[in-house]
Each structure stands twice: as structure tokens, then as C-alpha cells.
Design a protein around this ligand. Structure first.
Ligand code: B12
Ligand code: SF4
Length: 437
């Protein structure tokens, strides 16, 4: 088959634009690994309208569970024009058979290692249905072609990746389902070389789901980062706060914002989700205090819907988030995504309201997906949204940003202020939206 023009595509959850779009790293990786004689165009449905007259020789779409419906609609449009479609990412890795009803080929796991082969097969008329990039190739050669992002309106954040996978196994987590036991870490020197090419005026963000993968490697990274004077953010497991010295090193290395999954105030819930260790660093308030004392802002996430949850726990979590002056917080209804132990359990227990909710035209973002034990489904969804609304009310934003006890400098106040505005806007806009059109 002819391959002169390739379109890379990142769908949004529906046919609308968002204000929290960040450069999708997967697309830059694919672009960099595409032969130089192929003209690559990237469209990001999150931030721009995809031209209806786009007519490439091949289209490759990255698909998450929340974007699957929209991805299938876009794919149908291309296939109607005779353009073959490739899909990869989280959702195709979890449900390749479903995805193959909408695509000509699917990539499971990493793109590295199979993308070049796939394109070669396409050119030689031997395209297979399934390609597996697996999750065990060493994390080397992190080529990315970021020219595909030029001119697109993204938030001022530069993504970078140090590791893939997580040493924990929370039952709701897609990272665990995707990478399983595999935990790979990039060589520090290669990561540093990339860091030095990034735009220092933006906030750097490690997209790793847990930067605290292995102590030695984290220490090596922090040591290397310290003299660079960069300012960066990351997602990290709470056990980092067990070690005051490690927290000092984090701050000295330029960490200004961390996302921590607090998940629940109930120990029984933490146990049920496979995260009983979330209390090893002491109570949540003291963890936040320790981070604030070092000038590190905190994005705390909570999830509701486990069996010991009640309305009162949602209220208490909101109260905690306000009192601890979390700079950002999220109060998510528990979402059973395919291939997670949580999904399988709720299905077995007959508690899923719509087993393929991501395809259900009646599902709206924020709707209950299953029947919780301690609270009626509708009430539970309402309470989660209400917690978000209150946390992002103007009064709360003003109090938390201006009254932050993290001693924020101008740069940090700017980031925290912007993050609140974007979160407020997205919370309001996403709620009750259908997936797809
Ligand atoms: C940054 C991020 C965000 C950012 C920005 C996203 C953006 N780029 O604009 C924000 C905060 C806005 C966000 C929002 C949400 N996110 Co998010 N996000 C991430 C995060 C942390 C990093 C993504 C990343 O850059 N990864 C690094 C790249 C290299 O990995 P990758 O994308 O997996 O790509 C590799 C392979 O998958 C494969 N691949 C991927 N696509 C394709 C396509 C083709 C054709 C091929 C061949 C291969 C291929 O090749 C790549 C290289 O090997 C991931 C977790 C993670 N670490 O991946 C969650 C994650 C993707 N998000 C997730 C979710 C649920 C959401 C939300 C729905 C949350 C919510 N409840 O609102 C929203 C809305 C998402 C949306 N699409 O609109 C889930 C998705 C789970 C799932 N089952 O789909 C993840 C996995 C987090 C998690 N722990 O569960 N997110
Ligand atoms: S600690 Fe975070 S990334 Fe790791 S398994 Fe749990 S939820 Fe997933």
C-alpha cells in the first residue's frame, strides 16, 4: 500500500475542545519513529477541529477508555473514505477485540519496537491485525518529534517520562493493568539530556504514575536534577513522606508540585482497594504539612464508591481538603475500567449498571457506573460533583491560593492559580457530557 501521508490523531471524550490539553507524548513518539519519507500530520481533537477533508494514506489513533466512543466515530469517518485505521494505547491494549471492530490493526502495549514493523508491513501489503509491543523492552532511545505540536494551544506544561509501571497494585488502576509487574526506569543521563532540551519557562511534569519507583533510582535522579535549577512536578506515592531527608532532596531538586492519591479517609476502603500502605507516612494532614513546609504544593485525589463509603466520608474528605489547604484536589467517583481487578469484581457481583459504559450512548461523564453499597448511585454521583463544585468555588480558590501555607513564590502562585482556573472550568464543562457525539 502507498504510505506517503500519515495522520496521527488524539480524540477528545466528545466533539468539543478542552482547556487542559497537554502534549500527548505517544504521538511524538510515533512521529519520531515514522520513516522520513512519510509526511506526518497530527490532529488533536482536544484542542482543534479535525478537518473533515483530511485524506491521508493511513490514520493512527491513540485511545483511552473515556475516548473510545469518540475514537470509533472518527475511525468510521476515515474508513468510509477508504483510509485504513490503526489504534493503540490503553483501551486497545485492554480490549483488542472490541477495538478491531473499528480498526484495521491494533497495537497492544508499547509502540516502541513494533511501530516501524507495522508501517513496513502496511507498505508491503502484509498488515497484521494485532501487533504487540509488550512492556518489557528497556526504556532507551526515547526519540520524540515535538514539531507536530507547533501552533497547538496546550497548557504551559512540558511532559517528560522517567519510568513506566508501578510497584504497587491498586485494584482500580489502569497503570497496573497495562504494565502488570513490569517496572522500567530510564537511564538518568538520558533523562537529563532530554530535560535540558525542555522549555524552562514552563512547568516540567513527570508523567510517570509514581516517580518513587525505586529509591536508588529516584535518589540518582534527584542528585542529577539539583544543580539544574529546574522547576518540576510529578505524581508520587505517599510513602515518600516517610523519609524527611528524601522530602528535602525532592524540594532541593526543584519539585514544586506533587500529585498524591490519598484516595480515602477510610482504612477499610484502602484495604479493599489494595492500598493499605497509604497510611505508612502518618495521617494525611501531617503529610501535607511536611510538603508545604518545603514549598511543595499538593494535588490530592480522592475516590468514592468503595464498600465503606458513606455520604459523610465524602463530606469529611472535602473538609479535609479545604482545611489542609490542598492546592488542587479531585473527588472522583470510582470508575471500573476494563481489565482492572475492580472491574472484574463488580461485574462478578452483578453491580455494574452498564457493563460497557464507555460505549453506552446514555452514559454521561460523572454518572454512576455501578451500585455502591453505602449510598444510592444517583446520590453518590451528585455528592462527588458537589464536592468538586465546592472545592472549586471562587471563595475556596481565593482562600486556598492566597492563603496557601506552602510559602508559594510568584512562579508557584501562578501555576497553582492557573491549575485552579483550568480545573474549575473543566469540572463544570465535563460533567454530564456524553462520550462521543
Ligand atoms: C498526562 C495525563 C493526563 C493529562 C493530560 C492528557 C493530555 N496529554 O492532554 C490530563 C490531566 C488532562 C488527563 C486527563 C484525564 N486522564 Co489522564 N493521564 C495522563 C498520564 C499521567 C500520562 C499520559 C502520558 O503521556 N503517558 C506517556 C506515554 C508515552 O504513554 P502512553 O500514552 O501509554 O503511550 C504509549 C503506549 O500506550 C502506546 N500508544 C499509545 N497510543 C498509541 C497509538 C498508536 C496508534 C500506537 C501504535 C501506540 C500507542 O505507545 C506509547 C509509547 O509506548 C496517563 C498515565 C500514564 N502514565 O500514561 C493518564 C491516563 C492516560 N489518564 C487517564 C484518565 C482516566 C484520564 C481522565 C479520563 C480522568 C478523568 N476522570 O477525568 C481525564 C480525561 C482524559 C481525556 N482523554 O480527555 C487514565 C486512562 C485509563 C484508561 N483505561 O483509558 C490514565 C492511564 C491514568 C490512570 N492511572 O488510570 N490525563
Ligand atoms: S500507586 Fe498509583 S499508579 Fe501505582 S498501582 Fe496504585 S494507583 Fe496505580
Amino acid at each position: 500500500m502507498r504510505l506517503e501521508r500519515l495522520t496521527l490523531l488524539r480524540p477528545n471524550m466528545g466533539d468539543y475542545r478542552s482547556t487542559d490539553g497537554m502534549q500527548p507524548m505517544s504521538m511524538a513518539i510515533l512521529a519520531a519513529r515514522t520513516p522520513a519519507d512519510v509526511a506526518v500530520t497530527f490532529y488533536d481533537d482536544k484542542v482543534e477541529v479535525i478537518p473533515a477533508d483530511d485524506q491521508p494514506d493511513l490514520v493512527a489513533i491513540t485511545v483511552e477508555t473515556f475516548t473510545a466512543r469518540r475514537a470509533y466515530e472518527l475511525a468510521a469517518g476515515y474508513r468510509a473514505k477508504g483510509v485504513p485505521v490503526i489504534m493503540g494505547g490503553y483501551h486497545p491494549t485492554f480490549l483488542p477485540e472490541e477495538v478491531l471492530q473499528h480498526a484495521d490493526a491494533v497495537v497492544i502495549g508499547d509502540a516502541e519496537g513494533v511501530w516501524e514493523q507495522l508501517l513496513d508491513d502496511f507498505r508491503g501489503d502484509r498488515l497484521q491485525k494485532v501487533y504487540s509491543g509488550g512492556n518489557d523492552q528497556p526504556l532507551r532511545d526515547f526519540r520524540q518529534d515535538k514539531t507536530i505540536f507547533i501552533g497547538k494551544k496546550y497548557i504551559p506544561v512540558e511532559p517528560i517520562q522517567f519510568s513506566r509501571g508501578c510497584r504497587f497494585a491498586c485494584d482500580f488502576c489502569s497503570i497496573r493493568a497495562f504494565y502488570q509487574d513490569s517496572l522500567r526506569i530510564r537511564p538518568v543521563q538520558e533523562t537529563l539530556a532530554e530535560l535540558q532540551t525542555l522549555n524552562r519557562r514552563k512547568l516540567l511534569f513527570f508523567v510517570d504514575d509514581n516517580l518513587f519507583s525505586r529509591r536508588n533510582e529516584l535518589n540518582a535522579l534527584l542528585t542529577a536534577l539539583k544543580p539544574l535549577g529546574l522547576r518540576w512536578s510529578c505524581q508520587i506515592s505517599i510513602d515518600v513522606a516517610r523519609d524527611d531527608e528524601l522530602l528535602d532532596r525532592l524540594a532541593e531538586a526543584g519539585c514544586v508540585f506533587v500529585l498524591i492519591g490519598f484516595e480515602s479517609l477510610s482504612k477499610e476502603n484502602l484495604k479493599q482497594m489494595g492500598k493499605p500502605w497509604n497510611h505508612v507516612a502518618g495521617d494525611y494532614a501531617s503529610v501535607v504539612r511536611k510538603l508545604h513546609q518545603r514549598g511543595i504544593a499538593v494535588y490530592g485525589t480522592f475516590v468514592f464508591g468503595y464498600d465503606h463509603d458513606t455520604e459523610e466520608i465524602i463530606d469529611r474528605s472535602l473538609e479535609f481538603a479545604m482545611q489542609a489547604r490542598l492546592e488542587i484536589a479531585n473527588f472522583n467517583p470510582l470508575t471500573p475500567t476494563p481489565n482492572s481487578p475492580l472491574y472484574d469484581r463488580l461485574k462478578r457481583e452483578g453491580r455494574l449498571l452498564s457493563p460497557k459504559w464507555w460505549l453506552d450512548p446514555n452514559y454521561r461523564y460523572g454518572d454512576p457506573i455501578f451500585i455502591p453499597k453505602g449510598i444510592a448511585p444517583e446520590r453518590f454521583a451528585e455528592k462527588c460533583f458537589e464536592a468538586k463544585r465546592q472545592f472549586y468555588s471562587w471563595k475556596s480558590i481565593t482562600l486556598r491560593v492566597l492563603g496557601s501555607d506552602a510559602g508559594l513564590d510568584l512562579f508557584r502562585t501562578g501555576i497553582v492559580g492557573l491549575a485552579n482556573l483550568v480545573s474549575r472550568r473543566e469540572v463544570m464543562r465535563k460533567q454530564h457530557r456524553v462520550l462521543g457525539t
